[in-house]
Design a protein around this ligand. Structure first.
Ligand code: ADP
Ligand code: MG
Length: 238
């Protein structure tokens, strides 16, 4: 479960129309990347899907259900932000367990799930540490652990690697791709980095000034860019 459909989705901030008319169908389990220059509306589109912004018009349908008017919690999508903010005063265990605790789950179940998640992310040796005693990559894995603990149907990533150095970015990219293979959940990943888009995506939505110029596989985009903007952005010969 995890298909996401956008129907004539529109968002304006005052008189500024940021997303004029977005239409998109994302299949269950797909890894989709939204790519485009800074300010083109990637985060806004993602926040609309997450339920963090209210659309000015149109519909969002998840698994066949109209969720346009529902709260973020009801959408069962987990959002992973740029900064990966962890709670500094809590241990790794407490950080990962937090969403389950908030949901009122029983201590036994919480312990079992944290063990599973920490095992899959290689975090077992660090459960009693606080975030400041971890490396950047470990902190990011804790944030991912916190995002997957509730077994959401989909993940939304907003430029999660943009604060990292190049080497760490490459290894985290592989880790997120691995996570996708293992969980099989739908993922939407926002980036302004063409290389990241081309290497990670099943399909890419190329955005320009709030519009989706083309939605296609990396190979299709490269071979048959719909227009000059896509060709220029992807770096294909047109
Ligand atoms: P991107 O993530 O592609 O860099 P954003 O979605 O953040 O782009 O922003 C797209 C446009 O929407 C920008 O012009 C930005 O200034 C505007 N915008 C985003 N959020 C708000 C907001 N809360 N209020 C007013 N304008 C906003
Ligand atoms: Mg953004």
């Amino acid at each position: 479960m995890g298909s996401i459909k956008l129907e004539s989705l529109k968002k304006a901030f005052g008189s500024q129309i940021v997303i004029p008319d977005a239409n998109l169908e994302i299949g269950d389990g797909e890894f989709v990347v939204f790519v485009g220059p800074s300010g083109c509306g990637k985060s806004t589109l993602l926040r609309l899907i997450a339920g963090l912004e209210e659309p000015t018009g149109g519909r969002i349908v998840i698994d066949g259900q109209d969720v346009t008017k529902t709260s973020p919690a009801q959408r069962k999508l987990s959002m992973v932000f740029q900064s990966y903010a962890l709670y500094p005063h809590m241990t790794v265990y407490q950080n990962i367990a937090f969403p389950l605790k908030m949901a009122g789950e029983k201590a036994d179940l919480i312990r079992k799930r944290v063990q599973e998640v920490a095992t899959s992310l290689d975090l077992l040796p660090y459960l009693e540490r606080r975030p400041r005693a971890l490396s950047g990559g470990q902190r990011q894995r804790v944030a991912i652990g916190r995002a997957i603990i509730r077994q959401p149907t989909g993940f939304l990533f907003d430029e999660p690697l943009s604060n990292l150095d190049a080497a760490l970015r490459v290894s985290m990219r592989m880790e997120i791709s691995d996570l996708h293979k293992r969980l099989g959940s739908t993922m939407i990943y926002v980036t302004h980095d063409q290389v990241e888009a081309m290497t990670m995506a099943d399909r890419i939505a190329v955005m320009n000034a709030g519009r989706i110029e083309q939605f296609a596989t990396p190979l299709e985009l490269y071979r048959r860019p719909a227009n000059l903007f896509v060709a220029g952005f992807i770096g294909s010969p047109k």
